[in-house]
Design a protein around this ligand. Structure first.
Ligand SMILES: [Fe+2]
Ligand SMILES: [Fe+2]
Length: 255
């Protein structure tokens, strides 16, 4: 799938993660060229595909919820002008629309054939990564950059993120030039660690970093609190940290 780059590293990275989930969908059924109905009804793997797809849809829903929260926090930085505020309204409505579509799909997955349902997931994600990105996300990034040139949106965004999305994070000072290459090294190391997380661990990871409590994560992902705790322990070990504060501090290097 072609991703529309917004130029905001954080948003683009999250879109790439979504794109990775799409690639997983592609491996669901190899006979993509055939009619979904005939194919699924004759296939003995139908139940298995249904279970896998339903888990994928849950994960996607949770990830998109976190992603929308991130972008909506960014919208809070936009100035109070009619143009910006109408963008905020339309953009938020688009996020809600997509979340609703995905919830509907969660039900559809169990009644439809897996291939028909996965085609629908494709369509929804294609919309998010394509039209939605170019219409709304791109514009959001452009607006925050150009609305008020005198405002340093980057540092504003960091302060805003500290306050709302990463409450435990101390505001990071801007990297000095000398510190640049050490920071670069740290970035590569941390990206590597994040890449080593399983898809489910990645979803839990984003929600933990976003300040969600175990109970909230369990609700969003439709799993038990104990399962969340197990994922959390695995994430801490892979990320080589012993607390959420440490995890957030470490992840902060990516910004
Ligand atoms: Fe968006
Ligand atoms: Fe987005």
């Amino acid at each position: 799938m072609t991703i529309t780059k917004t130029g905001n590293a954080e948003i683009d990275q999250q879109h790439e993660i979504l794109d990775t989930m799409v690639a997983e969908l592609e491996s669901l059924c190899l006979d993509a060229g055939q009619s979904p109905d005939t194919l699924c009804h004759e296939c003995c793997q139908q139940k298995l595909c249904q279970t896998r797809l339903s888990a994928m849809v849950d994960r996607l829903g949770a990830f998109l919820a976190g992603h929308a929260t991130y972008e909506e926090r960014m919208m809070e930085l936009l100035p109070d002008t009619p143009t910006c505020q109408s963008h905020v309204k339309a953009h938020k409505a688009a996020h809600q629309g997509l979340a609703k579509q995905l919830r509907k799909l969660g039900v559809q997955v169990s009644s439809d054939t897996p291939r028909a349902a996965s085609t629908e997931v494709w369509r929804i994600l294609g919309d998010w990564l394509g039209d939605h990105s170019s219409l709304f996300d791109n514009r959001l990034v452009r607006m925050t950059k150009s609305a008020s040139p005198e405002i340093d949106f980057d540092s504003e965004l960091v302060i805003m993120l500290d306050r709302h999305v990463f409450p435990n994070r101390p505001t990071a000072p801007k990297a000095s030039k000398e510190g640049g290459s050490a920071r670069q090294k740290a970035k590569v190391e941390i990206r590597g660690r994040i890449e080593s997380l399983s898809p489910t661990q990645k979803n839990v990871f984003w929600l933990v970093v976003g300040g969600k409590k175990n109970r909230e994560i369990a609700e969003e992902l439709g799993i038990t609190v104990n399962t969340v705790k197990t994922h959390r322990a695995a994430i801490f070990s892979k990320m080589d940290v012993s607390s959420v504060v440490e995890l957030v501090k470490k992840t902060d290097v990516l910004r």
